[in-house]
Design a protein around this ligand. Structure first.
Ligand code: ATP
Length: 231
Protein backbone atom coordinates (compact mmCIF):
# COMPACT_ATOMS: atom_id res chain seq x y z
CA UNK A 1 0.00 0.00 0.00
CA UNK A 2 2.76 2.41 0.98
CA UNK A 3 6.50 2.28 0.65
CA UNK A 4 9.06 4.89 1.57
CA UNK A 5 12.61 4.65 0.30
CA UNK A 6 15.61 6.64 1.58
CA UNK A 7 13.27 9.12 3.29
CA UNK A 8 15.24 12.03 4.76
CA UNK A 9 13.77 15.01 6.60
CA UNK A 10 15.44 18.37 7.08
CA UNK A 11 14.80 21.23 9.51
CA UNK A 12 17.12 23.87 8.12
CA UNK A 13 20.58 22.45 8.71
CA UNK A 14 19.32 19.80 11.13
CA UNK A 15 18.55 16.40 9.69
CA UNK A 16 15.62 14.80 11.53
CA UNK A 17 15.60 11.62 9.47
CA UNK A 18 18.64 10.10 7.82
CA UNK A 19 17.33 7.73 5.17
CA UNK A 20 14.50 5.43 6.18
CA UNK A 21 12.88 2.56 4.27
CA UNK A 22 9.39 1.49 5.30
CA UNK A 23 6.84 -0.83 3.76
CA UNK A 24 3.17 -1.06 4.77
CA UNK A 25 0.85 -3.69 3.35
CA UNK A 26 -2.96 -3.69 3.10
CA UNK A 27 -4.77 -4.10 6.45
CA UNK A 28 -1.60 -4.27 8.50
CA UNK A 29 -1.01 -2.56 11.81
CA UNK A 30 2.59 -1.39 11.66
CA UNK A 31 4.22 0.35 14.59
CA UNK A 32 7.18 2.67 14.72
CA UNK A 33 8.90 2.84 18.09
CA UNK A 34 11.97 4.65 19.38
CA UNK A 35 13.05 7.07 22.08
CA UNK A 36 12.54 10.84 22.15
CA UNK A 37 13.99 12.53 19.09
CA UNK A 38 14.53 9.24 17.20
CA UNK A 39 12.61 10.56 14.20
CA UNK A 40 9.14 9.03 14.55
CA UNK A 41 7.18 12.25 14.00
CA UNK A 42 9.57 13.23 11.21
CA UNK A 43 8.78 9.95 9.43
CA UNK A 44 5.00 10.56 9.49
CA UNK A 45 5.34 14.24 8.56
CA UNK A 46 7.81 13.35 5.80
CA UNK A 47 5.45 10.75 4.31
CA UNK A 48 2.54 13.22 4.17
CA UNK A 49 4.80 16.09 3.07
CA UNK A 50 4.32 18.45 6.00
CA UNK A 51 8.09 18.95 6.26
CA UNK A 52 10.94 19.29 3.80
CA UNK A 53 12.02 15.81 2.73
CA UNK A 54 13.85 13.84 0.07
CA UNK A 55 13.51 10.23 -1.02
CA UNK A 56 10.58 8.46 -2.65
CA UNK A 57 7.20 7.64 -1.18
CA UNK A 58 4.81 5.46 -3.11
CA UNK A 59 1.17 5.26 -2.05
CA UNK A 60 -1.43 3.17 -3.92
CA UNK A 61 0.82 2.93 -6.96
CA UNK A 62 1.50 6.65 -7.19
CA UNK A 63 4.71 8.50 -6.40
CA UNK A 64 3.54 11.06 -3.82
CA UNK A 65 7.03 12.32 -2.87
CA UNK A 66 6.36 15.71 -4.40
CA UNK A 67 2.58 15.84 -3.92
CA UNK A 68 0.92 18.44 -1.76
CA UNK A 69 -0.53 17.27 1.54
CA UNK A 70 -4.15 17.97 0.55
CA UNK A 71 -3.72 15.79 -2.54
CA UNK A 72 -2.27 12.96 -0.41
CA UNK A 73 -5.20 13.24 2.04
CA UNK A 74 -7.68 13.16 -0.82
CA UNK A 75 -6.01 10.00 -2.11
CA UNK A 76 -6.71 8.23 1.20
CA UNK A 77 -3.91 8.90 3.67
CA UNK A 78 -4.72 10.71 6.95
CA UNK A 79 -2.67 11.78 9.96
CA UNK A 80 -3.73 12.11 13.59
CA UNK A 81 -0.99 14.52 14.68
CA UNK A 82 1.01 14.46 17.88
CA UNK A 83 -0.76 16.55 20.53
CA UNK A 84 -4.11 16.04 18.74
CA UNK A 85 -4.30 19.60 17.37
CA UNK A 86 -8.08 19.72 17.56
CA UNK A 87 -9.81 23.09 17.18
CA UNK A 88 -10.44 23.80 20.85
CA UNK A 89 -12.81 26.74 20.23
CA UNK A 90 -15.04 24.81 17.85
CA UNK A 91 -17.67 22.26 18.84
CA UNK A 92 -17.20 18.53 18.33
CA UNK A 93 -19.48 18.64 15.31
CA UNK A 94 -17.61 21.61 13.80
CA UNK A 95 -14.29 19.77 14.25
CA UNK A 96 -15.73 16.83 12.34
CA UNK A 97 -16.85 19.20 9.60
CA UNK A 98 -13.27 20.49 9.29
CA UNK A 99 -12.10 16.90 8.81
CA UNK A 100 -14.58 16.48 5.96
CA UNK A 101 -13.49 19.62 4.11
CA UNK A 102 -12.81 17.63 0.95
CA UNK A 103 -15.88 15.48 1.35
CA UNK A 104 -18.69 17.79 2.53
CA UNK A 105 -21.36 16.17 0.37
CA UNK A 106 -21.00 13.08 2.58
CA UNK A 107 -20.79 15.00 5.86
CA UNK A 108 -24.01 13.79 7.53
CA UNK A 109 -23.39 10.16 6.67
CA UNK A 110 -19.76 10.28 7.84
CA UNK A 111 -20.63 12.18 11.02
CA UNK A 112 -23.24 9.60 11.95
CA UNK A 113 -20.70 6.83 11.38
CA UNK A 114 -18.31 8.61 13.78
CA UNK A 115 -21.09 8.96 16.34
CA UNK A 116 -21.65 5.20 16.16
CA UNK A 117 -17.94 4.48 16.55
CA UNK A 118 -17.52 7.09 19.32
CA UNK A 119 -20.89 7.44 21.16
CA UNK A 120 -19.31 9.89 23.60
CA UNK A 121 -18.80 12.39 20.79
CA UNK A 122 -22.49 12.19 19.93
CA UNK A 123 -23.52 13.04 23.50
CA UNK A 124 -21.25 16.07 23.38
CA UNK A 125 -21.67 17.18 19.82
CA UNK A 126 -22.49 20.81 20.72
CA UNK A 127 -19.74 21.12 23.35
CA UNK A 128 -16.54 23.12 22.75
CA UNK A 129 -13.83 20.58 21.95
CA UNK A 130 -11.33 22.20 24.33
CA UNK A 131 -13.55 21.43 27.32
CA UNK A 132 -13.43 17.66 26.84
CA UNK A 133 -11.09 15.26 28.66
CA UNK A 134 -7.76 14.25 27.08
CA UNK A 135 -9.14 10.85 26.08
CA UNK A 136 -12.22 12.38 24.48
CA UNK A 137 -10.06 14.89 22.60
CA UNK A 138 -7.92 12.03 21.28
CA UNK A 139 -11.04 10.20 20.09
CA UNK A 140 -12.16 13.41 18.37
CA UNK A 141 -8.77 13.80 16.67
CA UNK A 142 -9.11 10.24 15.31
CA UNK A 143 -12.72 10.81 14.24
CA UNK A 144 -11.76 14.04 12.49
CA UNK A 145 -9.04 12.20 10.53
CA UNK A 146 -11.50 9.43 9.62
CA UNK A 147 -13.88 12.01 8.10
CA UNK A 148 -11.63 12.09 5.01
CA UNK A 149 -12.30 8.33 4.58
CA UNK A 150 -8.66 7.21 4.64
CA UNK A 151 -7.48 3.74 3.65
CA UNK A 152 -4.28 4.35 5.63
CA UNK A 153 -4.38 6.12 8.99
CA UNK A 154 -1.18 7.33 10.67
CA UNK A 155 -1.41 8.01 14.42
CA UNK A 156 1.32 9.98 16.22
CA UNK A 157 1.55 9.00 19.90
CA UNK A 158 -2.19 8.74 20.50
CA UNK A 159 -1.78 7.38 24.05
CA UNK A 160 0.35 10.28 25.30
CA UNK A 161 -0.93 11.59 28.64
CA UNK A 162 -3.93 9.26 28.83
CA UNK A 163 -4.94 7.11 31.81
CA UNK A 164 -4.34 3.34 31.37
CA UNK A 165 -8.06 2.59 31.07
CA UNK A 166 -8.43 5.15 28.28
CA UNK A 167 -5.33 3.77 26.53
CA UNK A 168 -7.07 0.37 26.57
CA UNK A 169 -10.18 1.86 24.91
CA UNK A 170 -8.01 3.62 22.34
CA UNK A 171 -6.20 0.43 21.36
CA UNK A 172 -9.53 -1.40 21.07
CA UNK A 173 -10.66 1.26 18.59
CA UNK A 174 -7.43 0.93 16.58
CA UNK A 175 -8.05 -2.83 16.29
CA UNK A 176 -11.65 -2.16 15.28
CA UNK A 177 -10.52 0.22 12.51
CA UNK A 178 -8.36 -2.50 11.05
CA UNK A 179 -11.44 -4.78 11.03
CA UNK A 180 -13.05 -2.07 8.89
CA UNK A 181 -10.18 -2.45 6.39
CA UNK A 182 -8.23 0.62 7.47
CA UNK A 183 -4.47 0.09 7.45
CA UNK A 184 -2.64 1.60 10.44
CA UNK A 185 0.79 3.15 10.96
CA UNK A 186 1.12 3.73 14.70
CA UNK A 187 3.84 5.78 16.36
CA UNK A 188 4.06 5.11 20.09
CA UNK A 189 6.19 5.72 23.15
CA UNK A 190 4.11 3.04 24.83
CA UNK A 191 6.07 0.35 23.01
CA UNK A 192 4.62 -2.63 24.86
CA UNK A 193 1.02 -1.69 24.01
CA UNK A 194 1.91 -0.88 20.41
CA UNK A 195 3.87 -4.11 19.84
CA UNK A 196 1.04 -6.10 21.37
CA UNK A 197 -1.50 -5.00 18.75
CA UNK A 198 0.84 -4.58 15.77
CA UNK A 199 1.67 -7.11 13.05
CA UNK A 200 5.06 -5.64 12.28
CA UNK A 201 7.37 -3.08 13.83
CA UNK A 202 10.24 -0.76 13.00
CA UNK A 203 12.62 0.55 15.65
CA UNK A 204 14.13 3.98 15.00
CA UNK A 205 17.28 5.42 16.57
CA UNK A 206 18.92 8.70 15.62
CA UNK A 207 16.98 9.04 12.38
CA UNK A 208 17.68 5.49 11.16
CA UNK A 209 15.91 2.15 11.37
CA UNK A 210 17.96 -0.18 13.55
CA UNK A 211 15.60 -3.14 13.71
CA UNK A 212 12.44 -4.36 11.98
CA UNK A 213 10.36 -7.51 11.92
CA UNK A 214 7.25 -9.26 13.21
CA UNK A 215 5.94 -7.37 16.25
CA UNK A 216 6.10 -10.48 18.45
CA UNK A 217 9.77 -10.98 17.57
CA UNK A 218 10.60 -7.34 18.26
CA UNK A 219 8.73 -7.61 21.58
CA UNK A 220 10.87 -10.62 22.53
CA UNK A 221 14.16 -9.03 21.43
CA UNK A 222 16.44 -8.61 24.50
CA UNK A 223 17.89 -5.28 23.27
CA UNK A 224 14.39 -3.86 22.69
CA UNK A 225 13.31 -5.09 26.14
CA UNK A 226 16.24 -3.32 27.74
CA UNK A 227 15.91 -0.07 25.78
CA UNK A 228 12.18 0.45 25.35
CA UNK A 229 10.20 -1.94 27.50
CA UNK A 230 11.61 -1.14 30.91
CA UNK A 231 13.47 -4.40 31.48
P1 ATP B 1 9.39 12.64 20.14
O1 ATP B 1 8.88 11.35 20.64
O2 ATP B 1 10.16 13.39 21.17
O3 ATP B 1 8.37 13.47 19.43
P2 ATP B 1 10.40 11.70 17.58
O4 ATP B 1 10.95 10.32 17.54
O5 ATP B 1 9.04 11.91 17.05
O6 ATP B 1 10.52 12.27 19.05
P3 ATP B 1 11.21 13.83 15.84
O7 ATP B 1 10.26 14.81 16.46
O8 ATP B 1 10.91 13.31 14.51
O9 ATP B 1 11.45 12.61 16.83
O10 ATP B 1 12.65 14.50 15.84
C1 ATP B 1 13.78 13.95 15.14
C2 ATP B 1 14.95 14.91 15.25
O11 ATP B 1 14.65 16.10 14.52
C3 ATP B 1 15.28 15.36 16.66
O12 ATP B 1 16.68 15.45 16.75
C4 ATP B 1 14.63 16.71 16.77
O13 ATP B 1 15.32 17.54 17.69
C5 ATP B 1 14.73 17.25 15.36
N1 ATP B 1 13.60 18.15 15.06
C6 ATP B 1 12.29 17.83 15.03
N2 ATP B 1 11.53 18.91 14.71
C7 ATP B 1 12.39 19.93 14.53
C8 ATP B 1 12.24 21.31 14.18
N3 ATP B 1 11.05 21.85 13.94
N4 ATP B 1 13.37 22.06 14.11
C9 ATP B 1 14.58 21.53 14.34
N5 ATP B 1 14.80 20.25 14.67
C10 ATP B 1 13.72 19.45 14.76
Amino acid sequence: MLSAHELKVFYGVIQGLKGVDIEINDREIVTLIGSNGAGKTSTLNGIINLVRSTGTVNFLNEDISRSQTHHIVRKGLALVPEGRKIFTNLTIEENLRMGAYNNLANFTHLRDRMFTLFPRLKERRKQMAGTMSGGEQQMLAIARALMSEPVLLMLDEPSLGLAPKVVGELFTIIRQLREENITILLVEQNATAALTIADRAYVLENGKIVLSGAAQEVLANPEVKKMYLGG
